[in-house]
Write a protein that binds this ligand. Structure first.
Ligand SMILES: Nc1ncnc2c1ncn2[C@@H]1O[C@H](COP(=O)(O)OP(=O)(O)OP(=O)(O)O)[C@@H](O)[C@H]1O
Ligand SMILES: [Mg+2]
Length: 320
């Protein structure tokens, strides 16, 4: 198997039987910010494609093991999306899959970048993009997910950083390194036993199998802009679960990016499937909390007082 890296010589890529006769690889670059996998933009004299290879570890932190089958989840998810007329326009086309080499090649949607810019104070999400987010989920949550991989190992990774680690009183992560005073502030949440038992219950639910095909990591880092339109990538955390999980994550990032009004409005206008408000509130709340006091920090622009307000909101959403 070809173990690729950012520094692989072009000859390592040329051996794939993917290229046309006479096609020449001209350039190989990192495709964008990524932690988990190797993601390359490969430019030839004919086209530009994205090549993604999973490793048995987190690419950026090789000491952290990670399930190599995640690329298969991504392949299966995108294949299903590619087959649906309603969803096809939202995601890159799968061009080739080499399961033995853990390599997936998809169309290149361009270099406009992801929606992490949403967290900047001066950014407002457009109505069109907000609509795309919920139209996408509305279509996705109707897809027949029969036979979709359980993806339990990836879920366990996520579970730890959503439902457990952020709420441990002593987890070795000094929140003052994020913002002075945040460590102290966080203790009231880490010591709230009623809150924590609800979160533990919700975490168990997250780990079980549900009825709806989910993206599983549906936040601004998984949305990219392509010719002005919002597209969805990186479904390696996909699984069959609660629709409220994908929805709650979006609503939380509405709050965390100061775009909650436009997101809530688009949710009301464009998501038409049934859901449980109580369950949605809980997933929404826990995503707010874990993004503020867990390890998966975002480039948010809030002072301590604003974070406290959001933390209060998260707690209320969970406790009901
Ligand atoms: N089909 C595509 N077209 C254009 N750019 C892409 C495409 N796929 C990925 N990218 C770019 O590469 C980046 C990394 O891709 P992706 O998020 O799939 O990798 P990852 O290793 O799973 O990242 P993460 O560590 O965030 O989970 C994206 O943020 C985006 O900028
Ligand atoms: Mg990823």
């Amino acid at each position: 198997m070809t173990e690729l890296s950012i520094n692989s010589p072009i000859s390592d890529l040329e051996v794939l039987d993917f290229w046309n006769k006479g096609e020449k690889i001209l350039n190989v670059l990192p495709a964008g910010d990524s932690n988990m996998n190797l993601v390359l933009r490969v430019q030839t004299n004919e086209k530009s494609v994205i090549l993604k290879q999973s490793k048995p570890y987190v690419r950026k932190f090789p000491q952290i093991p990670a399930p190599i089958e995640r690329i298969d989840v991504e392949y299966q998810y995108l294949s299903r999306i590619n087959q649906k007329e309603s969803l096809r326009p939202y995601s890159p086309e799968v061009l080739a899959y080499y399961p033995d080499q853990h390599i997936l090649i998809t169309a290149d949607l361009g270099t406009e970048g992801d929606f992490s810019k949403m967290y900047q104070a001066d950014f407002s999400l457009s109505q069109n993009h907000a609509k795309s987010i919920f139209q996408y989920l509305n279509f996705l949550h109707q897809v027949d997910g029969l036979g979709f991989p359980e993806n339990l190992e990836m879920k366990k990774l996520n579970h730890e950083h959503i439902f457990n680690f952020p709420f441990l009183e002593e987890n070795g992560f000094d929140l003052d390194s994020v913002q002075p005073g945040l460590q102290d502030l966080s203790m009231a949440w880490k010591r709230d036993t009623q809150l924590k038992s609800k979160i533990t219950e919700l975490g168990k639910r997250y780990l079980s199998t549900g009825k709806t095909l989910l993206h599983g990591d549906f936040y601004p880092g998984s949305w990219i802009e392509s010719q002005g339109e919002l597209k969805v990538i990186d479904p390696e955390f996909g699984f069959m679960g609660d629709a409220e999980f994908d929805l709650g994550v979006v609503l939380a990032h509405g709050d965390l990016s100061g775009n909650s009004e436009i997101i809530q409005q688009a949710f009301q206008d464009h998501y038409t499937l049934p859901y449980s408000q109580a369950l949605l509130d809980q997933y929404h709340g826990v995503e707010i909390l874990r993004r503020l006091i867990g390890i998966a920090q975002l480039p948010v622009n809030f002072d301590l007082e604003a974070k406290k307000k959001l933390l209060e909101k998260g707690r209320k959403l969970i406790l009901g």
